[in-house]
Write a protein that binds this ligand. Structure first.
Ligand code: PEP
Ligand code: MG
Length: 589
């Protein structure tokens, strides 16, 4: 671990008066959190999962055995080098870890996973680690329960040997007590974040990531403040450090003084008050000053977020990212499980439309066990491309969605469409799915609208045939920006170039809205731009009448709608679109 001092001068690092250390990243989910750091080991989160060929079992097993040997040797080396005055517990701990590395429950079961399931060594090890971790967590005795963290730490050690990388920080056990915890990670996948839901975690901070990375989106959907692109927080923050997470400015304050802590407690309170004031708008209809009714829908990732969406005043679900049902698990959800999930959302929304997007897997939303060899996964077999390449899986999802439509209004949304033939192929799959349900005598709505995401520049540039062919379009600004500007939305090295105000992006959005309106087709924005109040007036001025966003943003956007007059905004919006510097015009208002 690098030495830390208040004289740290690393970029993005500064010393605030009264704080030991302050790091600056990108605040991507609003609000403030104050809690203790839990530093996540990276190796367990970043481990590669793939199946080996049957003929490679012996070599893969040997690789594991060798990594275990090296890890044991490292521990012995550490134990031998302990200074005479080191705490006795430290030597004992190293000894325990050495024993764990030779434990048959770990070694033999991991080798069995390689031999029987053909998992690669890393995958087998993390799988067996999870099984052991769950066994320890279920133990009555507190001391034994604690040993689960030792297993995690030794597995982390072996994973590091397997990857050839130097020892990383150990995956720490949670500090005791009921204090809120802040996850500090190099990077954390959406699937891992979902697993942390409902615990004591009050914020996420990561070294990597951009504002519209799925990590950021999931943090917002969990209602937790988050900072990404911190650079090297995981190396600088220690387990148990007191942290202030400022999701507004992207500042992470480490071990603040009592004065800074008091200041942030006050800010947290003021933020809560502001939220309470917005609450008063919950039952107000979203109508502009000139009497135009605006639809404000919610984005959700999992069915259990539907009640939150409904209570937030959303008029419907504008985007259900169905891929989150498929992530963080080995087996794909079958038709019945998917049907139950979709139908539960439809029932909660009680007559309000639910737009279900078909599986948008690939890129940074890889499914477990699906290794990709693509150099540029965002340009690879993602979303509709992924589904059309797996017709059985796609039809299983379509049947489940169709069956859910028997319980209330459902719309079907195809992600990442770039070609008309993709729409035709999806329609053919839908017809087949309907025929299969007819043969089974199962009910579904016959008039389910079909729409596509506008997130590849090609479809925005040549939008007319899509507007003719489809029932509605939904602009995914997150990917539209990524693909228009050639900026990987999850890569913090280029995060500063990710610019929603780029004239090219705004013109594509404007043209799409205009073409859909001209064709008499519904159009909405469901990317992060829809929930960003700094764009509400512009989008209204461009003619947008339907927005879909994270539920927590609905009231703030409604406040903007209530103050807007579209007759005045329309000519101004055209000037913004024609401008070389739209950001400056937006800032002026
Ligand atoms: C988008 O790209 O704007 C979008 C809404 O889809 P996702 O963020 O899930 O890729
Ligand atoms: Mg997208």
């Amino acid at each position: 671990m690098p030495a830390r001092s208040s004289a740290d001068t690393a970029s993005g690092t500064s010393v605030l008066p009264g704080a030991v250390l302050a790091l600056r990243g990108k605040g991507v989910a609003r609000g403030y959190a104050i809690g203790r750091a839990v530093v996540m080991g990276a190796a367990a989160l970043e481990v590669a999962h793939y199946r080996i060929a049957p003929g490679d079992v012996a070599a893969e097993s040997a690789r594991l055995v060798e990594a275990l040997r090296v890890a044991r040797e490292d521990l012995q080396h550490l134990a031998d080098g302990l200074p005479a005055d080191a705490p006795r517990e430290l030597g004992a701990l190293l000894h325990v870890h050495g024993l764990l590395l030779a434990d048959p429950e770990l070694v033999e079961q991991t080798l069995a996973l390689i031999a029987q399931r053909h998992y690669n060594a890393e995958w087998a090890l993390t799988t067996q680690g999870q099984i052991l971790g769950e066994q320890f967590a279920a133990m009555e005795d507190e001391y034994l329960r604690e040993r689960g963290s030792d297993v995690r730490q030794v597995i982390e050690r072996v994973l590091n040997v397997l990857s050839g990388s130097p020892a990383l920080l150990p995956l720490a056990s949670s500090p005791d007590g009921d204090e809120p915890l802040v996850v500090v990670a190099h990077d954390i996948s959406p699937a891992d974040m979902i697993r942390l839901r409902g615990g004591r975690f009050s914020a996420f901070v990561t070294d990597l990531g951009g504002a519209t990375s799925h990590t950021a989106i999931v943090a917002r959907s969990m209602g937790l403040p988050a900072i990404v692109a911190l650079g090297n927080a995981r190396m600088l923050v220690r387990d148990g450090d007191m942290l202030i997470v400022d999701g507004e400015t992207g500042a992470l304050v480490v071990n603040p003084s009592p004065a800074v802590l008091a200041e942030y407690r006050a800010r947290r309170q003021a933020y809560a008050r502001e939220r309470a004031e917005l609450e008063l708008l919950r039952d107000e209809p979203a109508v502009t000053l000139d009497g135009i009714a605006i639809t404000l829908n919610a984005n959700i990732e999992l069915p259990d977020e539907a009640p939150l969406a409904r209570n937030s005043g959303a008029q419907g679900i504008g985007l259900f990212r169905s891929e989150f049902l498929f992530m963080g698990r080995q087996e794909l959800p079958d038709e019945e499980e998917q049907y139950q999930a979709y139908a539960s959302v439809v029932r909660v929304m009680d007559g309000r439309p639910v737009t279900i997007r078909t599986l948008d897997a690939g890129a940074d939303k890889a499914l477990d066990g699906e290794a990709t060899v693509a150099t540029n996964p965002a340009l690879g077999q993602r979303a509709i491309r992924y589904c059309l390449a797996r017709p059985e899986m796609f039809r299983t999802q379509l049947r489940a969605i169709l069956r859910a439509s028997a319980h209330g209004p459902v719309k079907l949304l195809l992600p990442m469409v770039a070609h008309l033939h993709e729409v035709h192929a999806a329609r053919a799959a839908l017809d087949l799915a309907r025929a299969e349900l007819d043969a089974r005598g199962q009910a579904y709505a016959h008039d389910i609208p079909l729409g596509a995401m506008v997130e590849v520049p090609a479809i925005a540039i040549a939008i007319e045939p899509f507007a003719q062919e489809l029932d509605f379009l939904s602009i995914g600004t997150n990917d539209l920006i990524q693909y228009t500007l050639a900026i990987d939305r999850a890569d913090e090295a280029v995060a500063h170039l990710y610019d929603p105000c780029h004239p090219a992006v705004l013109r594509l959005v404007a043209d799409t809205i205009a073409a859909c309106r001209a064709a008499g087709k519904g159009v909405s924005v469901c990317g992060e731009m829809a929930g960003d109040v700094s764009f509400t007036r512009l989008l209204l001025g461009l003619g947008l009448r339907s927005f879909s966003m994270h539920p927590s943003q609905i009231l703030a956007v409604k406040q903007e709608v209530l103050r807007a007059d579209t007759t005045r905004l329309a000519p101004w919006a055209q000037q913004v679109i024609a401008s070389d510097d739209p950001a400056a015009m937006l800032a002026e208002g």
